[in-house]
Design a protein around this ligand. Structure first.
Ligand code: BGP
Length: 466
């Protein structure tokens, strides 16, 4: 198998990390707007209301909202075939529960999609990238409330109809498995636990509502435009057993159950044995409505998109639970302690394809690093080129040698944006440098790094130049 000519080379972003203009033109607050990253190691804090004297890098971000033309022209110069972005739900429905959408929000994305079309760049649009409107969190308890299914469906219907001739590829929830996997229920699903609440019940209930919402909008989207391709998105945690001990191999299986939990339902259309076993492991229960079985069955996704950054190594502890081993001795770490593992990407593609036999789409991969500007004003980011090149090589092996079907490769943070995990600007992923620091200084000007010219050649040669 070869990489065909319509392979989607490109880059990826998310609204709350990129757009800025967080309250402009009628946009409401979303969960990311009130969450400060753990800048420089200070613990992540959640503030339910804006505290004016606190600097939130994500509020201004890097101002795609006003600079989209310049940025898209730079993506086009690199030869992008596809560009992943998210629609900020609260730009369309500021509170999330209105009947009438915010026209200015809709117009903004019209302009962005038209600009992408000018250069034949395919938009790959995430419907929810950690961007649930804050009002839905405060008034309804977020995704633990079944009403969110209707609000989300109505929002999706609105954007599906509006952009049905401009967008073909849609992604429902970014890294939906974060809801359970990393104990990040707020970050992903806007869940703030109440005292004395059974957390497992809440997480399972919220997950169920999101899975029903996912299936509902997949079916709805196909009705609105049968050419739509609607995918799910998971963070794929390729995992190794710490040793050849059978127990450690079992640890790998147990560790990955929460991740397969979501993908199983979205791809196979029902709660598999992995899922039901996971309910028991978590000690949680939740109610399902009668119609849910059919909704899940009829709303399976067209493709699986996933993020891949690192691999994890686990062993089984005395309680028969998987525990993460701090360091895999065979792998280097990035400045942020993430293992660098290109072969892990090939393995991920194989594991996912073997299990689901659905087209795969790498929609996030990249290296977060500190970039220095040299005396000539250039950024020589060879470390980023090495990282990306080694990962792309392994992806190509998965396609050519293992016959895995891959729709495209989108490098995360193709332009420097705010980091999700840390709230920092200094953790940069981009091919394009943005002049802004963690204190908000800088004029936001854009400058191609060395990797910009390298990636241009990769795309031009359809992956032959690496
Ligand atoms: C993924 C998110 C992205 C992104 C990326 C890198 O989990 O989907 O939004 O930011 O991770 O993470 P970070 O920004 O923490 O380096």
């Amino acid at each position: 198998m070869n990489i065909n000519n319509d392979f989607f080379w490109g880059g990826a972003t998310a609204a709350h990390q990129y757009e800025g203009a967080y309250l402009e033109d009628g946009k409401g607050l979303n969960i990311a707007d009130v969450e400060r990253g753990s800048r420089h190691g200070v613990e992540r804090k959640i503030d339910n209301q804006i505290i004016e004297n606190v600097y939130y890098p994500s509020h201004e971000a890097v101002d795609f909202y006003h600079r989209y033309k310049e940025d898209i022209a730079l993506f086009a110069e690199m030869g992008f075939k596809a560009f992943r972005m998210s629609i900020s739900w609260a730009r369309i429905f500021p509170n999330g529960d209105e009947k009438i959408p915010n026209e200015s929000g809709l117009e903004f994305y019209d302009k962005v999609f038209d600009e992408l079309a000018k250069y034949n760049i395919e938009p790959i649009v995430t419907l929810s990238h950690y961007e649930t409107p804050m009002h839905l969190v405060q008034q309804y308890g977020s995704w633990r409330n079944r009403k969110l299914i209707d609000f989300f469906t109505y929002y999706c219907e609105t954007v599906f109809r509006r952009y049905k001739d401009k967008v073909r590829y849609w992604i429902t929830f970014n890294e939906i498995n974060e809801t359970m996997n990393k104990a990040k229920p707020y970050h992903q699903a806007g869940i703030i636990f109440k005292d004395n609440e059974n957390k497992a019940d809440v997480v399972l209930k919220a997950s169920h509502n999101m899975l029903v919402a996912n299936a509902t909008v997949v079916k709805l989207g196909h009705r609105i435009n049968p050419d739509f391709k609607i995918g799910c998105m998971i963070q794929y945690p390729m995992t190794y057993p710490a040793s050849s001990k059978p127990q450690d191999n079992l640890a790998k299986k147990l560790f990955m159950m929460p991740d397969y939990y979501y993908a199983d339902v979205m791809c196979k259309g029902y709660y598999t044995n992995t899922c039901t076993a996971q309910w028991e492991r978590m000690g949680g229960t939740f109610e399902q409505e009668d119609e849910d079985t059919l909704i899940l069955k009829e709303g399976t996704v067209d493709f699986i998109s996933f993020s891949y950054y690192f691999t994890t190594t686990v062993k089984l502890n005395e309680e028969q639970e998987p525990v993460v081993v701090k360091k895999n001795p065979y792998l280097e770490l990035t400045d942020w302690g993430w293992s660098v593992d290109p072969i892990g990407l090939r393995l991920s593609l194989n594991e996912l394809y073997d299990r689901y036999q659905l087209p795969l789409f790498i929609v996030e991969n990249g290296l977060g690093a500190i970039d220095e500007i040299d005396e000539n004003g250039e950024i020589q980011d060879d470390y980023r080129i090495n990282f990306l090149s080694s990962h792309i090589k392994e992806m190509i092996k998965a396609i050519k040698e293992d016959h895995v079907e891959v729709l495209g490769y989108l490098s995360w943070g193709c332009i420097d944006i705010v980091s999700v995990g840390t709230g920092e600007m200094r953790k940069r992923y981009g091919f394009i440098y943005v002049d802004k620091d963690d204190e908000g200084n800088g004029n936001l000007s854009r400058k191609p790094k060395k990797s910009f010219y390298w990636y241009k050649k990769v795309i031009e040669s359809n992956g032959r130049y690496l």
